[in-house]
Design a protein around this ligand. Structure first.
Ligand code: IPM
Ligand code: MN
Length: 371
């Protein structure tokens, strides 16, 4: 208001990013569609361009061709600016085939050694934690993403016999632990929250693996005098996440514990409908995903919540360096949760999947027109 109308010129595109999209299985494609819609909306106002390319990896392709992640696809994925993933997992495929063959393989091949999972309760979102609100639930889990029990080291002895033995070894390398811990310290410093980093482990039982984690953590800590450090055994950590989530700012932990505590985290932030994660290679190609699964029973019904995928899109933009755009997406999501959705649960939002995407875009537009 009060400004002369600007001459109408098409916005000048200054930056182009190549984004590989893996919509995947089940409801993956439905939520990814909404994420793209939101990212497109924010890109046009941010004057950057997103060049999308779809890859049909997932259960359907596997059932047709027996392929999980063909080398030709992997080669192309090494060369993009980011990967946007819906969900991997199909009820007709044996557990582990797609997870190991696609998701875990991508994390390792692309050396995405950090799995970053914000646990943030947005306004208006119901949490099962009594007397806790957005002020109390706002922390980030830094999960090591390429080693530990996920390394796939182990085997069977005398499989199928009464004497059978199954071994699954946790791999913890000095280099792998150190780069994860270092990332966590740097992230904690940059986040400029309470500047507190908690190591979550089990040093009283895993006296080799987590002794290494503890030693590395203490060493790196000495380089970050401005970061307060803390330690919690994983069982106690689960307890505190429920009882006193406000104690946490950033938590760093190994792959398996990180997997488990981030599902707990997702529940206290309102469920899988909102929980997003980033598989980061800070020097390479990163991949962004809603952390919930493919939810096959909801496929094609338009009832699944796309906010987790939209938030993952926000994290993707942040990683590209489009921080303003990332912030705009988060703000718009927060307005949707605060003022629109009845619930975050599938089928109970009061809106369809695509309507929720439209609501987010609507709030983006509103900001655009305000001075
Ligand atoms: C996750 C998922 C995966 C994991 C599965 C699907 C292999 O649960 O991203 O947390 O365990 O890492
Ligand atoms: Mn998980």
């Amino acid at each position: 208001m009060g400004h002369a109308p600007k001459p109408s010129a098409a916005p000048v595109v200054t930056r182009t990013y190549r984004i590989a999209v893996i919509p995947g299985d089940g409801t993956g494609p439905e939520v990814i569609r909404e994420g793209r819609k939101v990212m497109e909306a924010v890109a046009s106002r941010g004057r950057f361009h997103l060049a999308w390319r779809d890859y049909d990896l997932g259960g359907a392709r596997y059932l047709k061709t027996q392929e999980t992640l063909p080398d030709t696809v992997l080669k192309e994925l090494r060369d993009v600016d980011a990967i946007y993933l819906g969900a991997i997992g199909h009820p007709d495929v044996k557990p582990g085939v797609l997870e190991r063959g696609i998701l875990l393989r991508l994390r390792v091949e692309l050396d995405q050694y950090i799995n970053l999972r914000p646990v943030k309760l947005y306004p208006g979102v119901w949490t099962p934690l009594k007397d806790k609100g957005p002020e109390q639930i706002d922390f980030v889990v830094v999960r090591e993403n390429t080693e530990g029990l996920y390394a796939g080291v182990g085997g069977f002895l005398r499989r199928g016999s009464a004497e059978e033995v199954a071994l699954q070894t946790s791999v913890n390398t000095r280099r792998g632990v150190e780069r994860c811990v270092r990332y966590a310290f740097e992230f904690t410093r940059k986040r400029a929250g309470r500047r507190k980093l908690t190591l979550c482990g089990k040093t009283n039982v895993l006296t080799y693996a987590h002794e290494l984690w503890q030693r590395v953590f203490n060493e790196v800590a000495s380089e970050f005098p401005d970061v307060t450090t803390d330690y919690a055994h994983v069982d106690a950590c689960c307890m505190w996440m429920v009882k006193n989530p406000e104690w946490f700012d950033v938590i760093v932990t190994d792959n398996m514990f990180g997997d488990i505590i981030t599902d707990l985290g997702a529940m206290i932030q309102g469920g899988m409908g909102i929980a997003a994660g980033a598989n980061l290679n800070p020097q390479g190609v990163s991949m962004f995903e809603p952390i919930g699964g493919s939810a096959p029973k909801y496929t094609g019904q338009g009832v699944i919540n796309p906010l987790a995928a939209i938030c993952a899109g926000g994290m993707l933009l942040d990683q590209l360096g489009e921080t303003q755009a990332a912030r705009a997406v988060e703000q718009a999501v927060m307005q949707v949760t605060a003022t629109k959705l009845k619930s975050l649960a599938a089928g109970q939002m009061g809106y369809s999947t695509s309507e929720v995407g439209d609501l987010v875009v609507g709030f983006l537009e509103q900001h655009k027109s305000s001075p």
